[in-house]
Each structure stands twice: as C-alpha cells, then as structure tokens.
Ligand binder design. Structure first.
Ligand code: RB5
Length: 143
C-alpha cells in the first residue's frame, strides 16, 4: 500500500515520525512535503495529498498540521477526498467504518507520535462497513 503524506511546519515532526511508522507496517510513504519546520501555508500541502489519492498515485493519504484542521479543509476541497480529522481511537475507527475516509488528518500539536501512529493503524485496519453508509458516501462523492 502506498500512502501519500503531507504536512505544514506544525505537522512536520509528526509527519516524519509517521513515515517511520508506515515503513514498519510495510507501507510505502509518498512524501509530498513540507521538508522542515520553516513556516509554510498548509492549503497547498493538503491539496497535493488529496490530489495524489484521487489520481491513484496513492491508495490513501495522511495530512498533518498543528491541529489537523486547516490541512483537512484543504484536502476536502479536492473532489473525491473524504478527509477526517481524528483525535482519538473512536474517531479513527468510525471514519473508516462509516465514512470510508481516504485521507486521515492529525494534529502535531494535539497528538504525540505514538498516539497518532495508533490512530493510523486503527484507520488502516478497520474495514468500511458499506450498507447504509455506502449511500451516504456516494452522496458525498456526488457533491
Ligand atoms: C500553523 O501555525 C497552524 O495554523 C496550522 O498548522 C494548523 O494548525 C491550521 O489549522
């Protein structure tokens, strides 16, 4: 599995940590920047990650900023992206099970690396339930 990963400066350290975690899982990380803690604007990075997923260059995406919020808004502007900001295990499970989230957003100033990695695992390992949730996801995709 190839996972596109992008951040701004607020999520840079978390992105770097998660790249190591993805390698341990045997997943390939497609790093779309940023490359340091120098201040950058998150919209371009969220968009790049979303576009990588929708184009098929990556199977899934992970975006990180300070809170996960700004970069998730950017990713969700790309048609076909279902990006979910998650701060706990329940949210990570449900965004996979019910929302079929194809991009996960995490806050580098909210979560430590170990917690964030656990949320990544839950998100990747939880199957989409389909059924009534498929109809809702289809409606999202039509927007
Ligand atoms: C950058 O200071 C910060 O605003 C950004 O990382 C993010 O938290 C925005 O949602």
């Amino acid at each position: 599995m190839r996972i596109a990963i992008a951040s701004d400066h607020g999520g840079y350290a978390l992105k770097e940590y998660l790249k190591g975690h993805l390698a341990k899982r045997g997943a390939e990380a497609l790093d779309l920047g940023t490359d340091s803690e120098e201040s950058v604007d998150y919209p371009a990075f969220g968009r790049a990650c979303g576009e990588a997923v929708v184009s098929g260059r990556a199977d899934r995406g992970i975006v990180c900023c300070g809170t996960g919020i700004g970069i998730s808004i950017a990713a969700n502007k790309v048609k076909g992206v279902r990006c979910a900001v998650c701060a706990n295990a329940f949210m990570a499970e449900m965004c996979a099970r019910h929302n079929d989230a194809n991009v996960l957003a995490l806050g580098g100033r909210v979560l430590d690396g170990e917690t964030a990695a656990a949320l990544v695992d839950i998100w990747l390992d939880t199957p989409f339930e389909g059924g009534r949730h498929q109809r809702r996801v289809d409606a999202l995709n039509d927007m």
